[in-house]
Design a protein around this ligand. Structure first.
Ligand SMILES: Cc1ncc(COP(=O)(O)O)c(C=O)c1O
Length: 363
């Protein structure tokens, strides 16, 4: 969709990336560390100073201790962390439960490793998980459940009841959890992000993957991290060592210094909630029906009032004829299930959102 948007000079609300810059102070720090000659390999697990500040952040936010020495690894973004966690533990024939619609890297990565994807389709408008049905998917071969809260593309988040169900379902089993928490700071309306790190029983079986790209509006930097208890992390590092070895050194120095400012990440949900509310207010002038958005920087919209086309056909026409690119939600289902929902990314400047919505009012 981004390519089609570029070809047609359309406003790109499809792919999940901001069109505004990261904090100037962070850019200045990168510049400082580049010029100071920090341009050689970093330690395999990440700069100790960065791992320490990550540990402080996780403790501050979730009251959870991770040992920087053995339980935190800096990665080349969230996607690499996800692949590495899967490669560390998935053997041919292992089953992995994936809630769909899902971020597109999960299923191919599992299959590449010989694992079997067990999709669990969630439906609009609230994409609520029916845990009784999830239980039926669990077999002796279930190795892992992938959780993504806040979820891309739906903007749904897990609540306390979901967490308790997850605890019950996995208790007494060897099932691992891969918790993709790249949108951990983007939770709205005063709700808390329920990280796996908060719950001892879940933490001990979880890889938690996070992306600095989402945190600093720097998706092009490709840097993030993984948290996991020592036995899981030691497996993770065996893969990490030969997949990327180590990650971009000057960025690590800069982030280690910048991340000490708690105000930055604690203020992020208010910053994005304002964008969500602004976009939703503008969208009232259109015929799109908006779904709830509790977190992430995605807003889903129902297109049934607008067209009889498949969501894939509609978004193409939206781009070519109306000049706004979005993503069809069927692209996030392994079987291409079409609920006639499309996804917009609202991590954009106010003027970008205004221009996009003025075009969307014509649909
Ligand atoms: C749910 C989810 N996980 C992981 C990622 C990837 O993060 P990164 O860009 O750091 O690889 C994304 C990016 O869009 C995402 O939406």
């Amino acid at each position: 969709m981004s390519r089609l948007a570029a070809e047609h000079n359309a406003i790109n609300l499809s792919q999940g990336f901001p069109d505004f810059d990261s904090p100037p102070e962070l850019i200045a720090l990168v510049d400082k560390y580049l010029r100071a000659g920090n341009n050689q390999y970093a330690p395999m697990a990440g700069l100790p100073a960065l791992r320490e500040v990550i540990a402080e952040k996780v403790d501050y936010l979730y009251g959870s201790n991770y040992d920087p020495e053995t339980e935190i690894t800096v990665t080349a973004g969230g996607t690499q962390a996800i692949f590495t966690a899967l490669a560390a533990v998935i053997q041919p024939g292992d089953e992995v439960i994936v809630f769909e619609p899902a971020y597109d890297s999960y299923a191919p990565s599992i299959r590449l490793l010989g694992g079997l994807v067990k999709p669990f389709e969630l439906a609009p408008p609230d994409y609520k998980i029916d845990w009784t049905m999830v239980r039926k998917l669990i077999s002796a071969r279930t190795r892992m459940i992938i959780i993504n809260s806040p979820q891309n593309p739906t903007g749904a988040i897990l609540d306390e009841d979901d967490i308790q169900q997850l605890i019950t379902i996995t208790r007494g089993t060897d099932i691992l959890i891969l918790s993709d928490e790249v949108y951990e700071h983007l939770v709205y309306d005063g709700k808390a992000h329920l990280s796996m790190a908060r719950y001892e029983e879940l933490k001990e079986r979880s890889f938690i993957t996070v992306s600095f790209g989402k945190l600093f509006h720097t998706t092009g930097w490709k840097i993030g991290y993984c948290l996991a208890p020592t036995p899981l992390m030691s497996e993770f590092r065996k893969v990490h060592q030969f997949l990327v070895f180590s990650v971009n050194t000057p960025m690590q120095y800069a982030i280690a210094e910048f991340l000490k400012q708690k105000d930055y990440y604690t203020g992020l949900s208010a910053f994005f909630q304002e964008k969500r509310d602004f976009f939703r207010r503008l969208m009232k002038e259109t015929r799109f029906e908006l779904l709830p958005c509790a977190g992430s920087y995605f807003q889903c919209a129902d297109i049934k009032n607008l067209t009889d086309e498949r969501d894939t056909e509609f978004v193409k026409r939206l781009t070519t004829d109306f000049g706004v690119a979005a993503i069809p939600s069927s692209a996030f289902y392994g079987r291409g299930t079409d609920f006639r929902i499309i996804r917009f990314c609202f991590a954009k400047k106010q003027e970008t959102l205004e221009q996009a919505v003025s075009l969307l009012t014509k649909v």
